[in-house]
Design a protein around this ligand. Structure first.
Ligand code: FER
Length: 285
């Protein structure tokens, strides 16, 4: 009996270690934990010269945010049918981040969830694939760089260095993150595309100077569910990066085009942010 119990225990340990290696989050990673310390959600409005309108964004402030210490910032972008609430409504990013923080697995960071459809009526209504709406996803580059980032850096206690600025997103937001991040390596050092959509630039346009970019990129993360119809976009980006010897994480795992995949992406990607290779321990505690 004891032997069987021991074997079962060992099997459970082996399976859970394997699961961690595969980047599978533990049960409860995305639910409110009573004993964990908690961050705070703000809704902000900023004036956009790009859109000539007031626009909204959701801001997650890490536990213990006081305005004393300068924080790094992750800009986290939504998909074609989403808006600034999409992550919050579907993924509990605040619980994922609070729990990771409580477990000393992430550096305290501000996470800004903007509306990436830079046009006057930025709601995902009507035909979300309409040309003017798709165009607005690309116009968001200017809004982000010239309107939103300056606002966030004025409003909050933020480290404004490129080494302290990350951009990631899902699907259309993944395409934006890769296009804007790799297109502005003077502004972003940590870049992630989750299940990136066809708005992702062709590899040669996305990264025309791989050897120059290599010196600046701190993290380039490309991920996609293996049952996602858009897998070819991530695959072509990954192959170009491999051909040009640009270090990157290519994470594919069973999954479709949905939040089950993107929650895992946030869980894994956020743990890599703002840490140096030689010091992968979180800086708090
Ligand atoms: C497309 C298929 C998917 C496309 C965009 C998407 C612009 C975006 C999906 C998403 O954001 O979830 O052909 O073209």
């Amino acid at each position: 009996m004891k032997k069987i119990a021991l074997l079962i225990t060992l099997a459970v340990i082996v399976i859970s270690v394997r699961a961690q290696e595969a980047g599978l989050p533990p049960a409860g990673f995305d639910t409110f934990r009573d004993q964990a310390v908690h961050g705070r959600i703000d809704t902000v409005s900023y004036y956009s010269k790009t859109v000539e309108n007031t626009r909204k964004a959701i801001v997650y402030l890490p536990p213990g945010y006081s305005g004393q210490k300068k924080n790094p910032v992750l800009y986290l972008l939504h998909g074609i049918g989403g808006n600034e609430y999409e992550w919050l409504s579907n993924a509990n990013p605040q619980h994922i981040l609070d729990n990771l923080y409580a477990d000393h697995k992430i550096v305290p960071m501000i996470v800004v969830m903007p509306n990436g459809r830079a046009m006057k009526d930025d709601r995902p209504t009507g035909n979300i694939m309409a040309a003017d709406k798709i165009e607005a996803f690309s116009r968001f580059e200017k809004d982000l760089l010239q309107d939103l980032i300056p606002y966030i850096e004025k409003q909050y206690s933020v480290s404004a260095k490129r080494d302290s600025r990350a951009i990631a997103g899902l699907s259309m937001g993944g395409g934006q993150a890769l296009n804007f991040g790799l297109g502005n390596l003077g502004q972003f050092a940590w870049i992630g595309g989750f299940s990136s959509a066809p708005n992702t630039r062709q590899p040669e346009a996305l990264l025309p100077d791989p050897s120059g970019a290599k010196k600046k990129i701190r993290l380039l993360w490309i991920s996609c569910g293996t049952e996602d119809n858009l897998l070819n976009i991530s695959e072509r980006t990954h192959q170009y990066l491999d051909r040009n010897q640009v270090d990157h994480v290519y994470y594919t795992a069973p999954g479709k085009h949905d939040f089950a995949v993107w929650k895992k992406d946030l869980y894994n990607f956020s743990q890599l942010l703002f840490k140096s290779a030689s010091n992968t321990k979180p800086t708090h505690k």
